[in-house]
Write a protein that binds this ligand. Structure first.
Ligand code: CUA
Length: 179
């Protein structure tokens, strides 16, 4: 989908550039004109295009980054229901607990016992819901609110040696009883 959009967009822009070249080439050879008015006109056009690019950049950035799985975009900083200590090793995850209840706010305190790893938390559709780095001698906190019950997967997101790909674990979110 995004490839198709990029392709169409690229082709469209290329056509625009080609059209501009053809237009200039076709209008060449006419009567000579004074230079300053031409310069003024093109400067106005340049300012307009620059302004449009800035506005488009701001709009695209806001539209595409607000849903990133970072703490600040998920209402972090509220009350915490559960703390999970996570230690990464070549090549496994050591968790103080591997489950939480639906709608609980969980803080993962993530560190590493050897080299740098990356903790990625994926839902059952393999969509990334949160991630942070696992670093030796340092603890990164990742706060997540699990509003969907299910079996989440923890996967290593940073190449850490020959069995990096096998460095997976599970985290269960159980639905509250009687609801
Ligand atoms: Cu641990 Cu890659």
């Amino acid at each position: 989908m995004i490839q198709t959009v990029s392709l169409v967009l690229s082709l469209g822009l290329m056509a625009l550039v080609a059209f501009a070249f053809i237009k200039v080439a076709a209008s060449a050879g006419g009567k000579a004109m004074e230079y300053p008015p031409i310069q003024q006109k093109s400067n106005r056009g340049r300012t307009l295009v620059f302004g449009l690019i800035v506005v488009a950049g701001i709009v695209i950035t806001l539209a595409t980054t607000t849903d990133l799985p970072y703490r600040a975009t998920h209402g972090g900083g509220g009350p915490v229901d559960k703390v999970v200590e996570v230690e990464a090793y070549q090549w496994y995850w050591q968790l103080s607990t591997d489950y939480a209840q639906e709608n609980e706010t969980v803080v993962f305190n993530v560190t590493s016992g050897d080299v740098n790893h990356g903790l990625g938390v994926y839902d059952e559709d393999m969509k990334l819901v949160g991630q942070t780095q696992a670093m030796p001698g340092y603890t990164n906190s990742l706060e997540l609110s699990f509003d969907k019950p299910g079996t989440y997967r923890l996967m290593c997101m940073e190449y850490c040696g020959e069995a990096h790909h096998a460095m997976t674990s599970q985290f269960s979110v159980v639905s509250k009883q009687g609801e």
